[in-house]
Each structure stands twice: as C-alpha cells, then as structure tokens.
Design a protein around this ligand. Structure first.
Ligand SMILES: Cc1cc2nc3c(=O)[nH]c(=O)nc-3n(C[C@H](O)[C@H](O)[C@H](O)COP(=O)(O)O)c2cc1C
Length: 141
C-alpha cells in the first residue's frame, strides 16, 4: 500500500548547496533500497518534502528525519493513501522554492512567495503535483 507524506520544516542554518547536497546524498543512499521516492523543495530557510512509498517505510523514514538536528518545527502538512506515485522518477528530486514560476505560485498562494506554514496541506500537495507535471523538478540544483 502506497502513501504520500508532505511536511515542512525550518532549517537551523541557512540552506546552501552544501546542506542540500548532504541531505540529498543521504536520500540517494537510503531511499532506493527502501522504495522511497519524492521531492525536496527549499528556500534559504524552509524545507518542504514529499515522501512516497510503502506506509511502514515512509513512516520509518519520517521518524528518522524528525530527529535530524539540522531542522526544527517539523509540521505535517498532508498524509494520504495514494493509488500511484507522483514522483516515481526521483529518488529525491529537488526544487528551489524561489525559482518557481510566478504564475504557478500565485495559483496556490496569496502572495508572490510560497509559505507552506500558511498554506493548506491540500494547496501544497497540488503545487507539488503541478511542479512534477511541469517538469520543474531536477536531480541537481
Ligand atoms: C530536510 C531533510 C530531508 C531529508 N531527507 C532524507 C531522505 O529523503 N532520505 C534519507 O535517508 N535521509 C534524509 N534526510 C537525512 C536524515 O534525517 C538522516 O540524517 C539520515 O537518514 C542519516 O541518519 P542517521 O544519522 O541516523 O544514520 C533528510 C534530512 C533533512 C534535514
């Protein structure tokens, strides 16, 4: 059975290339063997991540990620049983939130930047769906 979990968190340090590379390296070494796919979105301070895979595997990985001292205020935005993966092309894709096409952003946000802590989980899930459909998810930043 497949589930998709989406959460947001605040980074303790400014999010730079070094930090995202370390996080993505962990994802690349762990996720494939555990059937996890997903996307990591980030600004200079905030992470939004979607994890999809088997329920037990997703729950277990989320517990690991929750205890990671590099971020805080983890907020569960959406948790759903899904019929099919949305991010099956990515062990862990990446998207810079400040690079998202403005019209796409405005579709789901009341201002010209996206704040997952203010948006509904449904809006965040819909935005991530559209990013995948629009080909906006990359492997490298
Ligand atoms: C925002 C964020 C996203 C992460 N995503 C993943 C991931 O998708 N897969 C993964 O294995 N580790 C991920 N990590 C790293 C884990 O939290 C953890 O550091 C890693 O699994 C190693 O755990 P260990 O030190 O207990 O072995 C992420 C960390 C952060 C801060």
């Amino acid at each position: 059975m497949l589930v998709r979990l989406i959460y947001a968190s605040r980074s303790l340090a400014p999010i730079d290339n070094d930090l995202t590379e370390k996080v993505l390296a962990a994802a690349r070494s762990y996720n494939p063997a555990h059937g996890i796919t997903g996307v990591l979105c980030y600004s200079d301070a905030i992470f939004v991540q979607a994890l999809e895979g088997g329920r037990e595997e997703v729950n277990r990985l989320y517990a690991r990620i929750q205890s990671d001292p590099r971020h805080k205020e983890l907020t569960l935005l959406d948790y759903a049983e899904i019929g099919a993966r949305r991010f099956s092309d990515w062990t862990m894709g990446r998207v810079r939130l400040d690079k998202i096409n403005l019209s796409l952003l405005l579709k789901y946000s009341d201002k010209a930047s996206f704040d997952p802590f203010c948006a509904t989980g449904r809006a965040t899930a819909a935005l991530l769906d559209e990013l995948a459909a629009a080909g906006a998810i990359t492997v490298r930043g």
